[in-house]
Structure formats: C-alpha cells, structure tokens
Design a protein around this ligand. Structure first.
Ligand code: NDP
Length: 322
C-alpha cells in the first residue's frame, strides 16, 4: 500500500481528464491521473470520429484517446490504474483511497469522471450498437444523411437530437413512452412545428431489427403502452436519448451536485463547491457532451487549478512573513 502525493490529482482519463493533465503538466503541477474502469472514457467505445478538430481524415475514438494519453505522459503526467472507493475533501491535500489500499493525495483535485448514456437494456440494442444504434445524434447523425431515423425519449436531449437530425434527414420520428413530453416548452413547439418530424406517442421499443449481412438496423418493433398493440417502423438509425448517468456516486455528500446528480460548478468556471476541487467534462455538463467541449473544460480546470494553487502559495508566504 503506497501513498502518492501530487500537486494535481486528476480522476478520469477521457478527453477532459487528459486535457487537464496536459495543461497541468506543462504548468509544472506533475499531475497524477487515476483512470478508472473505462480508461479513455466514452470515446473508447466509439469507432469513427469526424468532429474532433485537427484531423482532416476520419479517426478512431480509441486511437484518439491513446494519442491524448501519450501526449499527457510525454509532458510529465503519471498514469495510474485504480478504482477509487473513498474520498475525503474536508482538508487539503484531498485524500482518495483506491480499492487496493493505495492513497492518493492531491493539493488540488480535478474530477473528470464523465457520464454514461442510459440504454433501454434490450439484447438487440446491445448487438446493434455502432450498426445503426447510437446514443449521440451530434456524433453519428451525419452518417444517416438522407436516411430514416428515430429518436427514443421525451426529454430535452431527445427533442434536441430529433431537431438536430433534421439537418441530415427529412424523415425523423420521435418515439415516446407516454403522451406528453418532459422537454421544455420552447423545444416542444419547435419539434411540433417541424415538417420533417413525426411523433409516435405511447410507444416502447421492443426490438432493434437487424437486416442481416451488412444491412445493420432496418426497423424497430414497437409496443403501444396503452393498448399493448405491436407495430413496426422502418428506420436506418435509432438514437436512444433517455438520459445519462453522471459518475458522481463517489462524491455524493462531499460536494454540491445538482438535481440530476451532475457536479455543480460556478458558471463560466470549473470551480465546485469545495475550494481546490474542479470538475470538467461530462460529469458537469448535460448540455454539450462532446469530446471537444470536454477537452476545453479540461483545459479550464487546469488553469483554474493553477491559479488556485498560486493564490494559496501567495497567502502562505504572506502569512509566514507576518
Ligand atoms: P431526462 O431524464 O430529462 O428525460 C429522459 C426521457 O427518456 C424521459 O422522457 C423519459 O420518459 C424517457 N425514458 C427514460 N427511461 C426510459 C425507458 N427505459 N424507456 C423509454 N423512455 C425512457 O433526460 P435528458 O437527457 O433529456 O435530460 C437530462 C437533464 O439535462 C434535464 O435536466 C434536461 O433539462 C437537461 N438538458 C438540458 C439541455 C439544454 O438546456 N439545452 C439539453 C439536454 C438536457 P418519461 O418522460 O416517461 O419519464
């Protein structure tokens, strides 16, 4: 059992955590990144990435994350693999304990533990991921240009994704399990006014139908939640938009989370309710959720952390001189 002490402890190794580490390392904070059960984060489960700036040709999500990790290591980051089970944010250095008993002390802590899309939990959904089933229209909508697509869900995300998909498709269906949406009124008005969007009420997806061979997704089997009647709709793409789980269980009771469980940060910064603890990426963002925005907020977290440490050190020097 070892104790690792660093000026900057980063939890999470997706684009947010690694960008924070790159900036933190270059600022001399010798970051330690503790990567959890999904090293590299959500991008490691994606294939084609076309929207990360800087790459004219299509790149692969896992390759992008490998590159980010190497870049972080080249500038002085130490990567560690552990599952953190305990946190103490009541005093600095902040103290985190891994399940093997190692202790991590950070003069500042950057939380970049991300979020996971919620899925319906159907076997066919799992089998068709990447073959017509996705949880991110902004990432994958482009691949369905001129095709038929469906979005499942009734919240802001589902409605925004349906509206976004009309940039690529003029045949978008929103499928919701009830007869009213939970999304904000203004979004609902835009949705209902759009000629390219049809809403199917009181329907649940029972199966994502595989066309066989290389066909991928060809249809959805639906069940009416009121009458129990079964129906089928032909689609090339199915976007599940029923919410996300931010990975914040570890921090519940230790810092402020919002009603949906995301880490609350001061607007325009990555500062959390605990001075010296910063949050970046999807763990604090339920609106944009993109690799590039995660990387951007990772950079912000490192800059916020560096300023915080500089202020602390200045205060300590001033107190020592008194
Ligand atoms: P929400 O939890 O708001 O909505 C999830 C939707 O999915 C609900 O309509 C729910 O149905 C449906 N659903 C959940 N589970 C299932 C299931 N098993 N089968 C079928 N349908 C299901 O999630 P969102 O991601 O939309 O939003 C999360 C938060 O982020 C909200 O606070 C939202 O306002 C915010 N947000 C804000 C944005 C913005 O400001 N631009 C953009 C996106 C999100 P039911 O209604 O029946 O429960």
């Amino acid at each position: 059992m070892t104790t690792h002490h660093t000026r900057m402890l980063v939890l999470g190794s997706g684009p947010a955590g690694l960008s924070a580490a790159i900036y933190g390392a270059r600022a001399g904070m010798k970051p330690i990144v503790v990567q959890g059960i999904q090293p590299g984060g959500q991008l490691t489960t994606t294939t084609d990435v076309e929207n990360y700036p800087g790459f004219a040709d299509v790149i692969q999500g896992p390759w992008l994350m490998e590159q980010m990790q190497k870049q972080a290591e080249h500038v002085g980051t130490t990567m560690m693999w552990d599952t953190i089970t305990e946190v103490d944010l009541t005093q600095r250095p902040f103290r985190l304990v891994g399940d093997g008993g190692d202790t991590y002390l950070g003069d500042v802590l950057v939380i970049a533990t991300g979020a996971q899309a919620k899925w319906l939990g159907l076997e066919s959904e799992d089998a068709m991921k990447g073959k017509g089933v996705s949880a991110c229209a902004t990432c994958d909508g482009f691949f369905y240009r001129g095709k038929k697509v469906a979005v499942i869900g009734g919240g802001n995300t589902a409605v925004e994704e349906a509206l976004y998909l009309t940039n690529h498709s003029d045949d978008v269906t929103l499928i919701h399990r009830r007869d009213s949406l939970r999304a904000e009124r203004i979004l609902q008005e835009r949705l209902f006014a759009h000629p390219g969007i049809t809403v199917l009420w009181n329907k649940e997806v029972r199966e994502f139908v595989d066309g066989g061979g290389n066909a991928g997704l060809v249809a959805l089997e639906l069940e009416d939640t009121v009458t129990g009647e079964h129906s089928r709709i032909d689609v090339d793409g199915g976007f599940v938009a029923i919410g996300h789980h931010p990975a914040t269980e570890l921090f519940r009771g230790h810092l402020a989370l919002d009603d949906d469980g995301y880490v609350s940060v001061e607007i325009g910064s990555t500062r959390t309710s605990v001075p010296g603890v910063f949050a970046c990426g999807d763990v604090q963002d339920k609106v944009y959720r993109q690799a590039v925005t995660a990387a951007g907020t990772g950079c912000m977290a490192a800059l916020d952390a560096e300023r915080f440490l500089a202020e602390m050190e200045f205060q300590e020097m001033a107190e020592a001189a008194e």
